[in-house]
Design a protein. Structure first.
Length: 275
């Protein structure tokens, strides 16, 4: 598995070599780079079917140009608009925490690192309003060891298989403010969010549903607990079933919106390399 330490070593190695052209060659040959495992796309595409909160405007893509120019070459360009929080996206801490990081302020090392996948799909199959508990997290640790500092915690509910059917994924296909009361999907229990903040140091929490808080939440307590500690959230992830419980690396890079409370996210998992 590629590590962030290896990526950093490549960067600093380039800096050192660039400033030491006259230095004698090393006595030992450099170690070969590690073999990368397969890449897994954890993001849904943005299109006309992309799901947003019932009160949010949908994604719009308009063609600006598409054809052969007077100069004889082909040229295409588009215009798009969307709200920050829709599709596969990041919630920056500022979303629910006054003074929390905006999207552009989140350090890159908080958006990349070792991924831990907690699978609660069996519980969710019995209860659409299931909330991941501290006991679920502790049971995972009983099998895989304590969550390491800097872990990117991913909660797999299995809901991404329902995308983009709004009625199945969100619990309702209705739009507008009245539809919010009809949202039904799983999330992270506020007590579990508190347990994480008080007992572990995770860099981010992701989930394959529309929100870190479950659909029936009205106070968004899990958001508030995490974001008060500057722990961002990744929402509407997909393909978490293709990642192992441990051993994968996650790189989750959002659009760098200055002052943004969230934004589109391209999340990629790197599987452990074959031995």
């Amino acid at each position: 598995m590629i590590s962030m330490r290896w990526i950093q070593s490549i960067f600093w190695g380039a800096v050192i070599l660039g400033g030491a052209a006259c230095a004698p060659p090393p006595t030992d040959p450099p170690a070969p780079p590690p073999t990368l495992g397969a890449l897994v796309d954890l993001s849904h595409a943005y299109d006309g079917q992309t799901l947003f909160w019932p009160t949010a405007e949908r994604f719009v893509l308009k063609s600006v140009a598409d054809g052969v120019t007077p100069g004889g070459y082909y040229y295409a360009a588009n215009w798009f608009s969307m709200e920050e929080h829709g599709g596969t996206h990041i919630d920056a801490p500022r979303h629910f925490a006054d003074g929390g990081w905006t999207v552009d302020e989140i350090p890159l090392d908080r958006l990349s690192g070792n991924a831990a996948v907690v699978d609660v799909s069996a519980q969710v199959a019995r209860d659409a309003d299931y909330q991941v508990t501290a006991a679920d997290l502790q049971a995972w640790e009983g099998q895989h060891g304590a969550l390491q500092d800097g872990t990117l915690l991913l909660l797999r509910t299995g809901y991404s298989t329902r995308w983009p059917d709004a009625a199945s994924y969100l619990g309702t296909s209705e739009r507008g403010a009245a539809a919010v009361a009809n949202l039904h999907f799983p999330g992270l229990h506020p007590d579990a969010a508190r347990w994480l903040i008080e007992n572990r140091r995770v860099d981010a929490v992701g989930i394959d549903t529309a929100s870190i808080d479950f659909g029936q939440s009205t106070m968004f307590q899990s958001h508030r607990v995490l974001f008060a500690a500057n722990v961002p959230a990744f929402e509407n992830l997909t393909n978490l079933d293709r990642l192992p419980a441990t051993g994968a690396t996650l790189i989750a890079l959002p659009m760098k919106i200055a002052g943004g409370s969230g934004g589109p996210l391209r999340a990629v998992g790197i599987l452990p390399s074959a031995p």
